[in-house]
Design a protein around this ligand. Structure first.
Ligand code: AHG
Ligand code: MN
Ligand code: MN
Length: 346
């Protein structure tokens, strides 16, 4: 059907893109692919097993952990630990970084930041969920690996990707040379290249935002939403609103069809909800590599200074023209203004 090139074959072929590499990154990507298949197996039979619902614990952000959050986290950490190429894992589900001592002693070069299960609120209701990962190289091989190796700006990512557990399961990744998507063929248990060199449209007609929080949004976001809803033939407005509540699924759809995804700041959450290290940066890297754009309303996401492991950022991400228009609205409204809009003039 696809000429059947597997993820493993593709990774090996692409290894020559990195003449200095000795295959470690390829092995790391392969390990992530294996963990993804194991998580996919559990996600697929979730309703049949005692794996739905709350785990009874909370993570560092005070969020209830679901059993699948914990399961996916364990699987990725275990695959990365036994693989031997990753010396530190930073996960949404762990307060602190996890050092993999066996890999440290071998001099492993890579760091993985991960959101093992994205879209937790959708687990129990059979709606697409995902995994997001980001790979960095250690900054200095002469000194022991530490948190400093994780706190690198998004521009330093050597690879990033996501897995979407949807109507089919896909793994999409970039190493900074374009974006490629692989669909899991369950009959052979392999991810097969189905979406080579993915590009996102320059503009689109989909806007994705949790509009239930409208009253709390900054003025520029409120105005942009109204702009999306006004009729204008030339720009094909009104746009259509699509919001799944799993960032991976919302962004995957918008990547393919063209659109904008916004998770704004609010007065009570001035940096928004989404986490920079394992949600915003990897998705920004992928979307930029597909020709799109990602900003925090004024600056490029990938250039934001990373100071904390679980740091949050407001995000505007997707088709370039749409993100630029939203940025213009933010600029005109003034920096993070939450003032009420008495009457709307577009
Ligand atoms: P996670 O399940 O990893 O905590 O991430 C959930 C995120 C993201 O996937 C989604 O876009 C957003 O939270 C949804 O938040 P709201 O329910 O506030 O819209
Ligand atoms: Mn998430
Ligand atoms: Mn998560």
């Amino acid at each position: 059907m696809f000429g059947l090139k597997t993820l493993g074959q593709f990774i090996i072929e692409k290894q020559s893109d990195f003449p200095y590499a000795k295959g470690e990154l390829s092995r790391l990507l392969r390990d992530i692919g294996i963990a993804a298949k194991i998580v996919n197996r559990e996600v697929n039979k979730a309703g049949l097993m005692d794996i739905l619902g709350k785990a009874g614990s909370t993570n560092i952000q005070g969020e209830q952990q679901q059993k699948l959050d914990v399961y996916a986290n364990d699987q990725f950490i275990s695959a990365l630990s036994s693989g031997g190429e990753c010396c530190i894992v930073a996960s949404e589900e762990n307060d602190e970084i996890i050092r993999i001592d066996s890999a440290v002693s071998k001099g492993a070069k890579y760091i993985v930041a991960i959101d093992p299960l994205d879209g937790s609120s959708n687990i129990d209701v059979n709606v697409p969920i995902g995994t997001i990962f980001s790979i960095y190289r250690r900054k200095n091989l002469e000194v022991p690996a530490s948190l400093a190796d994780v706190l690198q700006n998004g521009t330093e990512q050597v690879a990033a990707g996501y897995i979407i557990y949807g109507s089919s399961t896909m793994l999409v990744y970039t190493t900074g040379k374009g974006v490629n998507g692989f669909t899991l063929d369950p009959s052979i248990g392999e991810f097969c290249l189905s979406h080579p060199d993915m590009k996102t449209p320059e503009t689109g007609t989909i806007y994705s935002i949790n509009e239930g929080n409208y009253v709390h949004f900054p003025q520029g976001v409120k105005k942009y939403i109204k702009y999306c809803q006004v009729e204008d033939k030339q720009t094909q407005r009104p746009y259509t609103s699509r919001y799944i509540g799993s960032m991976v699924a919302d962004l995957h759809r918008n990547l393919l069809k063209g659109g904008i995804f916004i998770y704004p700041a609010t007065a009570s959450a001035p940096n928004g909800k989404l986490r920079l290290v394992y949600e915003c940066n990897p998705m920004a890297f992928i979307i930029e590599q597909a020709g799109g754009k990602a900003t925090n309303g004024e600056s490029r996401i990938l250039e934001l200074q990373v100071t904390e492991l679980h740091q949050r950022s407001q995000i505007f991400i997707g088709s370039r023209c749409m993100v630029e228009t939203a940025e213009r609205f933010m600029l005109e409204a003034g920096k993070l203004s939450f003032a009420d809009i008495p009457a709307l003039t577009i």
